[in-house]
Design a protein around this ligand. Structure first.
Ligand code: ADP
Length: 254
């Protein structure tokens, strides 16, 4: 428990710092991209134009990183709406199957109950995609990527109280040793080769779930696989379909 608290305080501090830097950094990147584009337009030399193009590609990569950092540091605004997590997961099925290779079997199982939560749909999808990409990368020789939903009443200091929706993303890939497990949520921590990983997927996912008053938990064993569980507070005590008010109904407005 103490370890979790320490971890969460550390993430808080890193988040504040990272958010401030990411914000200023974004402004600088806009200036760099602007000048690179001007050079490209104004130069007569194709070599110079190509180099300016390279600058713009790098700037775009850096911008992608700052976007992830901002998501992690909660500077990004959340647009909350009532969403049914089962629907989110089911609709993501197609994009996820495009993301993973043919050697990986994608199993999606949603529970029978509606899982209505107040959430930013786009950001939740981003979290699930991050987890799925990591699972894919952990199974280079193929395997099973299992995404399932359910209801739980988790107990623990930094877990949401009461009935929660749970989304579990599991793989039977490489797994992680203790050292890696301790660092996965740190921004810029990656074991992937340069260009393949930014080390921001899990830290931004952590930030997004935290913003939703939820929690993210990980279990992993080297050689056996990894499982991430996302806990999100359910928005109503009864399934929202029964409430009958248009505003509270799942998927309203979409
Ligand atoms: P990135 O994917 O860019 O490396 P992440 O923050 O998403 O950044 O992940 C950090 C690290 O955590 C990865 O480089 C990898 O070592 C480890 N990791 C994350 N998910 C898994 C998984 N499902 N199986 C094994 N290792 C994982």
């Amino acid at each position: 428990l103490e370890e979790q608290l320490r971890q969460s305080q550390k993430m808080e501090a890193v988040g504040t710092l990272a958010g401030g830097i990411a914000h200023d950094f974004n402004n600088i990147l806009t200036v760099i991209a602007g000048y690179a584009s001007l050079i490209q337009i104004n130069t007569e030399e194709s070599e110079t134009a190509a180099m300016a193009g390279e600058i713009m590609i790098s700037v775009e990569r850096a911008a992608e990183m700052t976007r992830s950092l901002l998501a992690f540091s909660r500077k990004q605004e959340v647009h909350l709406e009532t969403v049914d997590l089962n629907q989110v997961v089911a609709e993501l099925h197609k994009s996820l199957s495009r993301l993973i290779s043919e050697e990986i079997e994608l199993v999606v199982r949603v529970c029978g109950e509606e899982l209505c939560c107040l959430a930013d749909r786009g950001q939740l999808e981003q979290v699930l995609i991050n987890l799925a990409v990591n699972a894919r990368d952990a199974m280079p020789g193929g395997g099973v990527l299992d995404i399932s939903t359910g209801v739980a009443e988790p107990e623990g200091e930094d877990l949401p109280a009461g009935r929660c929706a749970v989304i579990t993303v599991s793989d039977n890939g490489t797994g992680m040793d203790k050292e890696v497990q301790e660092r996965v949520f740190e921004p810029f921590f990656t074991t992937k080769e340069v260009g393949k990983g930014t080390g921001l997927g899990l830290s931004s996912s952590y930030g997004i779930i935290k913003k939703h008053n939820g929690a993210i938990r990980m279990q992993s064993a080297p050689g056996a696989g990894t499982s991430f569980s996302i806990y999100l507070p359910l928005s109503g005590e009864r399934p929202c379909r029964e409430r009958g008010d248009a505003e509270g109904r799942c998927g309203a407005g979409s």
